[in-house]
Design a binder for this molecule. Sequence first.
Ligand code: G3I
Length: 324
Amino acid sequence: TKTLKQLAKPTGVRVGTAVDMAALADDATYSKAVAAQFNTVTPENVMKWEVVEPERGKLDFTEADKLVAFAKAHKQKVRGHTLVWHSQVPAWLTEGVEDGSIDKKQLRKILKRHVQDEVGHFKGEIWAWDVVNEAFEDDGTGNLRDSLWLRELGPGYIADAFRWAHKADPKAILFYNDYNTEGINAKSNAVYKLVKELKSEGVPIEGYGVQGHLSTDYGLPEDMEANLHRFGKLGLKTAVTEADVRITLPASPAEVQAQDNGYSYMLQSCLLEKSCISFTVWGFTDKYSWIPGVFPGEGQANLYDENYQPKSAYEVVQRDLRLA
Ligand code: G3I
């Protein structure tokens, strides 16, 4: 039986997974599966700011470098994740803003230097960067998220980040990435409006990533293929960047079926839309998943179970790749 990456090859869409670096180091079954099944990888945490600059001015790319080396050894592309986000910002930075020792002017310089440092460090090694992550509110207003970046720097931080990243690595594909924006809805409409503006101003934004964190307690996103298509028409690449479909446990057969439908719907939307270049799952085994920690009582969101047995969702992904 063929692996996911073998099945994906003729489709032109890459299949990826988020990688947990502790599991990659300690669990041989895990690392073998990452190498065998996927042709793109995303660091689940180790390229985030709090990890790469734990102390001000002390850069630490040790773990991220390991992933880049692993990817190179297995001919995989790397999705860099993520440069500008409201979460997992180093403590020295948030504290400095709070106590007034970092003012707005300095903060902008610090952000610029962070983007330059990180993109520069990996220049030529990263296929696509999630430059700005989750910048919009989730409340249907279409407003930008009330983050440190918006409060201190104003909305211009988004365009700035793309310009700085492009300068540091002109070949990397620069993505805006967000959740609950898979289908056409108020939030994705707001992202669309912003991206259109940025494009018309010549800002080097080149990709639109939809995360794809679904739950069987909610319906499927509406018109996902059409949503990707409208961003494609703006000249952007698109991608599904963090797919998983969680279930309230214990899982009933109907919920498992709904999970399979969720994976199939997202993958097919990508396979049918020519701007879509990759389909990445946010972890591939239920053995390691962020879900139970954040949504107590929910889980089993991935393609393999905790013992690395492929689930029906895995078979559905195989089938859809074969059909494409
Ligand atoms: O590394 C520390 C460890 O030293 C410490 O002992 C331990 C105690 O809590 O925490 C560890 O850090 C955790 C980190 O994952 C690494 O395991 C953080 O607490 C935990 O908050 C962090 O969670 C990550 C989360 O982003 C942070 O917001 C998840 O693993 C990761 O899957 C999740 O990924 C995000 C994407 O980046 C963006 N989109 C949504 C997605 C899911 O939330």
